[in-house]
Design a protein around this ligand. Structure first.
Ligand code: PLP
Length: 286
């Protein structure tokens, strides 16, 4: 079955050329995107993701391409045409097509692309889901709170991870503090047993999974602090784990080739994975 994309008002085979050469997404990476998990044929936490999309668009002064109602219809249709039960839905919006000049064009109309692809579903076996990570300098711009399609530093960091036999690159700013993963939020259980993640600022994306997990934490009695983590604290952490729409809760059991804590999935990652499953999948899956 060939995959189908929604591109600026049309449903087209994914392999077919459908984007204009002068699209500003292609020319300048002038656009934003969003990724929504799909479980059992349903979008997970869609309002949260669509709120973030609206914010990203607002920060870049790109108008919304469709009303909320029309967008919901398109997303459902893309899932249906691609028969995605478990997987991911991608939304990408560029500022539009115009003669190549850096300032905003006077009359461009935003171009929306929606795609969906099957994926593994909610991970039930957390041990099998655990990964290795490396540390890597954060070489991105100063507005990482915007989910921009300009991902070259993230691509290079993830490639460095792959070449080191790891899954994720944990990014460090110039002061040796963890910002986030190349495509995930980073959490640690520090040497004192406190669960920590960086407070939101322009250096990180406000993760939707992070927000969902923070809501879950309110029901737990885990010691938690929203406080940035230094590279030294990362290296002495009892546990490290990542969250994202594609990873849910993903334990990191090796960092730069050395074991994290005891080198296996820790109790806090396990507890949060269970809480997130309850929040996103519901009781019946437990
Ligand atoms: C740079 C970055 N940080 C954090 C995240 C996690 O965000 P979310 O939980 O909304 O997927 C992502 C997700 O792709 C990301 O790319």
């Amino acid at each position: 079955m060939s995959r189908i994309a929604y591109v600026d008002g049309r449903y087209v085979p994914l392999g077919e050329p459908a984007i204009a050469i002068q699209d500003r997404g292609y020319q300048f990476a002038d656009g934003v995107y969003e990724v929504i998990p799909v479980l059992g044929g349903r979008l997970v936490d869609a309002p949260r993701h669509l709120r973030r999309l609206e914010r990203s668009l607002g920060e870049l002064r790109i108008p919304a391409p469709l009303s909320g109602g029309a967008l919901s219809v398109v997303m459902a249709e893309v899932l249906r045409r691609n028969r995605v039960r478990d997987g991911l839905l991608y939304l990408q919006i560029s500022r539009g097509v115009a003669r190549r000049e850096h300032p905003f064009p006077a009359r461009a109309r935003p171009v929306l692309v929606v795609t969906a692809r099957p994926g593994p579903g909610f991970p039930e076996d957390l041990d099998a889901w655990a990964v290795a990570a490396i540390t890597h300098p954060d070489q991105r711009w100063a507005r990482c709170d915007i989910k921009s399609i300009a991902l070259l530093p993230n691509v290079l960091a993830r490639q460095a991870a792959r070449e080191a036999g790891a899954y994720e690159a944990i990014l460090l700013d110039g002061a040796g503090m963890v910002t986030e993963g190349a495509a995930s939020t980073v959490w640690v259980v520090d040497a004192a047993g406190v669960l920590r993640t960086r407070p939101l600022d322009w250096a990180i994306l406000p993760g939707c999974t992070r927000e969902a997990l923070l809501a879950c934490l309110a029901e737990s009695n885990l010691a938690f602090a929203e406080r940035a983590v230094s590279v030294e604290e990362l290296r002495t952490a009892r546990e490290i784990f990542l969250t994202s729409a594609t990873s849910y809760v993903r334990p990191v059991i090796r960092l730069d080739g050395a074991p994290v804590g005891e080198g296996k999935v820790g109790p806090v990652a396990r507890a949060l994975h269970a809480l997130l499953r309850r929040a996103l999948v519901g009781e019946e899956a437990g």
